[in-house]
Design a protein around this ligand. Structure first.
Ligand code: COA
Length: 383
């Protein structure tokens, strides 16, 4: 197997983007990543695109070929990858495997979702939960994560304020990110007084509904310096599956797929949680931010709340989490999220993250999950 490097990244502005079409979004991301990598379109050998539900959000299937055509890359193979909100993470992993195996040399892994064209996105997002056991019984993602939050509060004494703090820290970072959907600071009081979505989760505990795209360009590590002075190396890649339905889990305060994917990524990299300088984690709801830092091994089980309260996850803390603003503030265009997380880590490791730069960042991790954890992808990068 060959080592793999990232030579180019991009992210579009995230938000409610009325004047851009689905195809415009993905073209913008792809072309900017090609430009950032200093390559030509004709250098590309394959593309993998993460997307959860273009069929329901914009009534377009067969999107991989549409995208290759749109960006003028026919006849290269372009493949859509779907794993709910982890579609981007898996598109990245497929790109990495294609280059590592020697099957292709230069590959783009991208992600795109245009969620705001439908009147009610919740039924579409809910298709990623278990239809028979959850959705047809009235559950959706806010309510499923609300149950996980309640149980975490019961088991570990996690407080409502600690959940709110996760959102507050995200927004503090996102306020420095020009590509974020909600780049404003918020307070704990604002979170606690925002409208109730699914008790105990309120509006400001939730990631928003977002349009956006992102892309990364990959090549064999040994060739990376031909294209860039600042290649970022893929050190570890882990993927794991878990039960889609919550009731089948041994414990709903631990996402086992995160634990397994992280273990694989750490083993492959020969690194441990304490070696990470920063991480982008999948905080689709504030509770999942706390679960992530526990399940990735940054803090003991049950200690996510106190860790956030003590400032350990702030940009100058022991383990900076979500310098981009995370899903909460940067936004969460489902299929694009795993790639946008990667773009942020690459900018951080290159020292190009502007005002939100983490000093001395050398090793970073991304954590991207689908649904309530039916899929997890964890990647580790170094400069
Ligand atoms: N954070 C901050 N502000 C938000 C927000 C969020 N997550 N979501 C919406 N807003 C703002 C809007 O900009 C709008 O502000 P305005 O009145 O100043 O224009 C206001 O809140 C109401 O927006 P609206 O779109 O009507 O909200 P909504 O009640 O329809 O949707 C949620 C809010 C939380 C239900 C929706 O964002 C949601 O479903 N989020 C979860 C998405 C999800 O499940 N993703 C997958 C996870 S697995």
């Amino acid at each position: 197997m060959r080592d793999v490097a990232i030579i180019g990244v991009s992210q579009t502005k995230f938000g409610e983007l009325w004047d851009v079409s689905f195809r415009d979004l993905i073209s913008e991301a792809g072309l900017k990543a090609i430009e950032d990598a200093g390559i030509e379109g004709r250098d590309l050998e394959a593309m993998f695109v993460g997307n959860m539900s273009a069929g329901l959000f914009v009534e377009q299937e067969h999107i991989a070929s549409l995208i290759a055509d749109q960006v003028g890359l026919n006849p290269i193979p372009c493949t859509r990858v779907e794993a709910a909100c982890a579609s981007g993470g898996l598109a990245l992993r497929n790109g990495i495997m294609a280059v590592a195996s020697g099957y292709h040399d230069i590959v783009i892994s991208a992600g795109v979702e245009k969620m705001t064209d439908v009147v009610d996105p919740t039924p579409v997002i809910s298709t990623a939960a278990d239809q028979e056991w959850e959705v047809q019984q009235g559950a959706n993602f806010p309510s499923l994560y609300a149950m996980m939050a309640r149980r975490h509060m019961y088991e570990y004494g996690t407080t409502r304020e600690q959940l709110a703090m996760f959102s507050v820290v995200n927004h503090k970072n996102g306020a420095l990110n020009p590509l974020a959907q909600f780049p404003m600071e918020i307070t704990v009081d604002q979170v606690l007084n925002s409208s109730m979505v699914a008790d105990p989760l309120r509006l400001l505990d939730c990631s928003p509904v977002t349009d956006g795209a992102a892309a990364v360009a990959l090549c064999p590590a040994e060739d990376a310096h031909k294209y860039t002075d600042t290649p970022i190396y893929v050190k570890g890649s882990g993927q794991a599956s878990g039960t889609i339905a919550l009731h089948e889990r041994r414990d709903i305060t631990t996402i086992d797929s995160t634990v397994h994917a992280a273990k694989r990524a750490y083993n492959m990299a020969g690194l441990q949680p304490k070696d990470m300088d920063l991480a982008e984690v999948h905080d689709c709801f504030s509770i999942n931010g706390l679960l992530a830092i526990e399940d990735l091994g940054f803090v003991e089980k049950g200690q996510g709340g106190p860790a956030v309260e003590e400032g350990l996850t702030e940009r100058d803390g022991k383990i900076p989490i979500n310098p981009s603003g995370g899903l909460k503030s940067r936004g969460h265009p489902l299929g694009a999220t795993g790639i946008a997380q990667t773009a942020e880590i690459v900018w951080q490791l290159r020292g190009e993250a502007g005002k939100r730069q983490i000093d001395g960042a050398e090793i970073g991790l991304t954590h991207n999950i689908g649904g309530t954890g039916g899929t997890a992808a964890v990647h580790i990068f170094s400069n």
